[in-house]
Design a protein around this ligand. Structure first.
Ligand code: IMP
Length: 230
């Protein structure tokens, strides 16, 4: 059993990742490490931000080995950075998906999903269906948590962790609906209709979403990576 410490407090993301990966992996979230410091997502790509989160958390965990004392076997940090790219908005909200509604006001932190969707809806008003193409993107950064005796000296420098970090990416094409629909999922799910369907992710439910999603495609690559190793 491999332990993945997910660099997120997002309950939905954690549940989705655990469900897609299944029982061979034990996923812990930052809710089990409440003191973990926040990481500024200052990169301009999903892969860059995923790496910042993954390496930042790995470094913090390795600073005090007792934080990992309850974990047996192989352990990794896994960071997901994901978001929505809308063609009619030149790729926005992109890496700013989580804080889209707060961008102009400069309010710190992520904005509520309802506000992000309302902003998107108003920016997309009057855009015809053939110009509503969009996609979700996901980058996963996987950083091995080298046990202290396996670290070179000086132990676990940030760039050593960065070099050891692998990126897995996935995308899911679709289009933006003209109004939110459905009660499932999170984030922009009520507004996003995956290609080949006429219902939103929030209406289609988790089984369908987890077969099609950007996150499941990136996680499939991560699983292939582990399968090759064993
Ligand atoms: P992150 O936590 O910084 O990666 O922000 C990701 C943001 O992108 C979320 O807060 C959502 O707004 C959006 N997002 C990412 N993945 C999904 C998804 O699967 N469904 C809906 N929205 C998503």
């Amino acid at each position: 059993m491999k332990t993945l410490i997910l660099a997120t407090r997002n309950k939905h993301k954690t549940e989705e990742i655990q469900q897609i990966l299944g029982t061979g992996f034990k996923c812990l979230s930052l809710n089990e490490f409440p003191d973990a410091p926040p990481v500024d997502e200052t990169a301009t790509t999903f892969g860059g931000n995923a790496t910042l989160k993954s390496v930042g958390l790995a470094r913090w965990l390795l600073e005090t080995p007792s934080k990992l004392s309850g974990i047996a076997g192989e352990a990794y940090v896994l960071a997901d950075d994901s978001g929505l790219e809308v063609d009619a908005l030149n790729g926005a909200p992109g890496v700013y998906s989580a804080r889209f509604a707060h961008l102009e006001s400069g309010k710190p932190g992520n904005s509520p999903d309802g506000e992000n969707n309302a902003k998107l809806l108003s920016l997309m008003q009057g855009v015809p269906v053939e110009k509503r193409n969009a996609r979700f993107r996901c980058a996963l950064a996987l950083t091995p948590l080298l046990k202290a005796d396996k670290c070179s000296s000086p132990p676990c420098e940030a760039d050593e962790l960065e070099v050891a970090t692998l990126i897995f990416e996935g995308a899911c094409e679709g289009r933006m609906d003209t109004k939110p629909a459905g009660g499932g999922g999170f984030g922009y799910d009520p507004m996003f209709i995956p290609a080949g369907y006429d219902k939103s992710f929030a209406e289609l439910g988790e089984d369908v979403k987890n077969r099609l999603s950007h996150r499941s495609k990136a996680l499939a690559k991560l699983q292939q990576h582990f399968a090759k190793q064993s």
